[in-house]
Design a protein around this ligand. Structure first.
Ligand SMILES: [Zn+2]
Length: 123
């Protein structure tokens, strides 16, 4: 049977059942692997007022709120976009969460190998 998406729109693999979560916007029941989770900074104080208060020296805490949405609401809110038929077949690669900083001993290893490779290319 032809598949619309490689992962069938979910990431549960061949696991059988899984728990259900509720969309925070519309309340729809969504399988946990299909739901879209977004972490958004939230401040109880509006932006302009917060800037003024911070200039005066007030400390305003920012909370990070994780929201769960169904696919319908995620598309409506602009979190997801509808992809073309060919684009759907390719898995989305998310950006690495931790920035990769090369360490000194690790960076020396590839440099030496690069030097040997470049030397080999010159010959
Ligand atoms: Zn929803």
């Amino acid at each position: 049977m032809p598949k619309k998406r490689k992962n069938r729109g979910r990431h549960k693999g061949d696991k059988g059942k899984e728990s259900v979560v509720y969309c925070d916007n519309c309340g729809r029941r969504v399988p946990r692997s299909k739901a879209v989770r977004v972490t958004v900074p939230y401040s109880p104080v509006p932006g302009d007022l917060a800037k003024d208060l911070e200039k005066q020296g007030a400390l305003i805490t920012r909370y990070y709120v994780t929201k769960t949405y169904c696919v319908n609401c995620a598309i409506y809110m602009g979190i997801l976009k509808v992809r073309s038929e060919t684009e759907r077949k390719v898995e989305r690669k998310s950006a690495p969460k931790v920035p990769t900083v090369p360490r000194a001993p690790q960076s020396q290893g590839p440099q030496q190998s690069n030097a040997s490779q470049s030397g080999a290319q010159k010959q």
